[in-house]
Design a protein around this ligand. Structure first.
Ligand code: SAM
Ligand code: SF4
Length: 325
């Protein structure tokens, strides 16, 4: 679908739960958040119903997210059913990796196209400090299992936040001999992310170039989003940057988000969009819901204003675990 700014919107992040088995300091408080009651979370049948409507409007790429998507049972069944929808070309998953090794075979058999594993450090003590859980070994088991899966597109998402500066080069080392993209994502001033040190793309590149020498921009296509990539001499994998603050990419934004409560959110920063669960609960027909989706996407905001600290622009009150990242 094309929005009012002539952007093609073909990608949707679908959050299947607000629950999580980690408590990353930038995302969730130690005690968790007020969980959404089970009956307010979209059922798989409702997710599939909405995704059929999205596919009819040209949204062809789905990223499953959360919370932690793998804490919800039956993800393999959901993936298989999503892949069977006419017009859906690609279904991928973003996960913290803790449950990945246990579930990977089923997910891949269901047709999963790719997996993004969120991992901010390879140091066990640091991992525990960042996630408040001692699960690094299980995440690495998940990563290795994913890398052993032929044809599965594997990426690491890492948030540089100062405390893990010493781990950025070791993380990139993972891509030396394997076809893995290691991507650095600027921390967004949303929820707990507001109080974290922000490392910019330039900061991270300086750290990496000190360790590995100059990086060369890579112009090939890798993935569905705003990440831009670099090659390093002698490396099989690539280094990527998603720099929403220092290199705002709203002009090329191709995405919208569906929260686990069924709200179609059209920009990360704003609470703008349409509550699709209400429309389903009211028994609206598909044509009505499709028109509501079309209008919401058409009116997607031109850009975010995270850099505006006046307070008037930062309208999103939910945390990343509720939005889906
Ligand atoms: N639990 C899964 C995971 O961690 O991949 C999926 C949900 S998580 C909210 C999705 C992504 O959002 C993760 O890569 C996480 O690092 C990122 N994230 C969380 N808070 C963030 C923030 N304030 N700024 C930027 N990214 C953030
Ligand atoms: Fe959980 Fe992902 Fe948020 Fe970490 S970033 S607390 S793993 S939802």
């Amino acid at each position: 679908m094309i929005d009012r700014c002539a952007r093609t919107i073909d990608y949707i992040r679908v959050s299947v739960t607000d629950r999580c088995n980690l408590r990353c300091v930038y995302c969730m408080p130690e005690d968790g958040v007020q969980w959404v009651p089970h009956n307010a979370v979209l059922s798989y049948e409702e997710i599939l119903h909405l995704c059929r409507i999205f596919a009819g409007l040209g949204l062809s790429k789905i990223k499953l997210t959360g919370g932690e998507p793998l804490v919800r049972k039956g993800m393999d069944r959901l993936i298989a059913d999503l892949k069977a929808i006419d017009g859906i070309q690609c279904v991928t998953l973003t996960t913290n990796g803790v449950l990945l090794a246990d579930q990977l075979d089923g997910l891949v058999a269901a047709g999963l196209d790719g997996v993004n594993i969120s991992l901010d450090t390879l140091d066990r003590a640091q991992f525990k400090a960042i996630t408040r859980r001692d699960e690094l070994d299980r995440v690495l088991a998940g990563l290795n299992a994913a890398l052993d899966c032929p044809g599965l597109n594997v990426k690491i998402n890492c948030l540089p936040m100062g405390s893990n500066d010493d781990q950025l080069a070791p993380m990139v080392e993972l891509a030396r001999e394997r076809p893995l993209s290691v991507r650095f994502i600027e921390v967004m001033p949303i929820g707990l992310g507001k109080s974290l040190t922000h490392r910019s793309e330039e900061d991270v590149r300086a750290i990496l170039e000190r360790a590995f020498g100059p990086m060369t921009p890579f112009h090939g296509k890798l993935g569905n989003g705003p990440c831009h990539y670099f090659s390093l001499p002698g490396f099989v994998g690539k280094v990527g940057f998603i720099s929403a603050l220092s290199h705002q990419f709203c002009g090329e934004c191709n995405r919208v988000r569906l929260t686990s409560e069924g709200f179609l959110k059209t920009c990360l920063q704003y609470e703008l969009g349409v509550n699709l669960k209400t429309l389903l609960d009211d028994g609206r027909d598909d044509a009505f819901i499709a028109e509501a989706v079309r209008q919401a996407i058409y009116n997607k905001p031109l850009q975010h204003h995270f850099a505006d600290t006046s307070g008037e622009q930062a309208l999103e009150h939910h945390g990343m675990s509720q939005i889906g990242g």
